[in-house]
Design a protein around this ligand. Structure first.
Ligand code: SAH
Ligand code: SF4
Length: 346
């Protein structure tokens, strides 16, 4: 085990079998987190980049079995913000000191290309870096957003196990999602992807494939989310909540993709009060505080118990900054592009 971790730290290469071997054993958790922390420090330094997350619509045309926003969840009250509200929240994010905002939503057809481009331009006029996380679109739409000024895009592959994907994402196609990821990269976006960990019937072998897929598609950011069952979805009785396994997948991702950005995900924090701290000490270098208006926030229920529900945006931010200082790290003052992406621009 020590030899494999040493190899990963030096070469940033592991075979699928080696990844599975390291994922198997619970006792590998701490050594993996420590190794990932070292690699993080060497390649991306001590800064933690903050992104202000705006969840601007919880309407979704898709029906992912794991997600509380799925269209068949009739218990959820739906909302969408108007364009002025979204832009004024971005202004608020800027006033609070954020350099990047992330616009996230379900796949809401109300926000057609024209509307999205207006919003993107409005936000870019504020001088912020802008990340979109609004799901699957055509290459032309992605090109239009880029033209309007969008810098980054987050779209998780969710799983590379095609059968698992077909079971959990009815009406969607794994190949089309993978094409979206490739199209975004080709268009020059700083590309974020990631996976869910702990889905029913997910294997360690498929998680190893996920990590290799991130490398193969040349991702610049990777978010690893522990699956948390939502009571109003078909997966309500599933086990999920695999924090330690998620942390191992995250640490191995840092070892194999040393110079990318990796968020300490909110789902990790939701599962344990120290989930985010463990992630930050195990390879993560980004936090995405939620700055959605509190009135709306309770309705953006991808999964239950999201930790920041109830806090005002400003209180959320202060809590995060205190944590960063407590860990002896610093808040990133620039746009916080991943060194991986910056290198490709030269
Ligand atoms: N609709 C867009 C963006 C919003 S969903 C998209 O799907 O890409 C953002 C992420 O939430 C998804 O990629 C998924 O990985 C995560 N998610 C959904 N349901 C979840 C659950 N029950 N537990 C943990 N993460 C979940
Ligand atoms: Fe919609 Fe995204 Fe949830 Fe799937 S994961 S139902 S696409 S919001």
């Amino acid at each position: 085990m020590e030899k494999l971790i040493e190899k990963a730290k030096k070469t940033h290469l592991l075979t699928k079998e080696e990844l599975v071997f390291l994922l198997q054993d619970e006792k590998n958790l701490i050594p993996l987190l420590d190794a990932a922390n070292e690699v993080r420090k060497t390649y991306v330094g001590d800064e933690i980049h903050l992104r202000g997350l705006i969840e601007f619509s919880n309407f979704c045309k898709n029906n992912c079995l794991y997600c509380g926003l799925r269209r068949d969840n009739k218990k959820l009250s739906r909302y969408r913000m108007d364009e002025e509200t979204i832009i004024s929240l971005a202004q608020h994010a800027k006033d609070m000191g954020f350099k990047t905002v992330v616009l996230q939503s379900g796949e809401d057809l109300h926000f057609n290309t024209e509307r999205m481009c207006r919003i993107i331009k409005g936000i870019k006029e504020l001088g912020l870096a802008l990340t979109l996380s609004i799901g699957e679109k055509t290459k032309e739409e992605y090109a239009a957003y880029k033209q309007a000024g969008a810098d980054r895009y987050l779209i998780r592959i969710e799983t590379t196990d095609k059968k698992l994907y077909a079971d959990n994402d009815p009406g969607m196609s794994w190949e089309e999602r993978a094409d979206c990821i490739r199209n975004l990269k080709a268009l020059g976006y700083e590309l974020g992807s990631g996976c869910l960990v702990g889905l029913p019937n997910q294997t360690l072998s498929s998680l190893a494939d996920d990590i290799l897929f991130f490398k193969e598609t040349d991702c610049d950011m990777i978010g690893i989310g522990p699956f948390i069952p939502h009571p109003d979805t078909p997966l309500k009785d599933a086990e999920g909540k695999k924090l330690n396994l998620s942390l191992k997948v995250m640490a191995l991702t840092r070892l194999l993709l040393p110079d990318i950005n990796i968020p300490a995900t909110t789902a990790m924090e939701t599962l344990a009060p120290d989930g985010q701290t463990k992630a930050l000490n195990g390879g993560a270098n980004v936090i995405m505080p939620n700055i959605t208006l509190t009135d709306f926030r309770q309705y953006y229920q991808l999964y239950p118990g999201k930790t920041t529900t109830g806090y005002t945006p400003d209180a959320t931010l202060q809590k995060v900054i205190d944590k960063i200082h407590f860990l002896g790290r610093t808040v990133g003052l620039g746009y916080g592009e991943s060194p991986h992406w910056l290198k490709e621009q030269c």
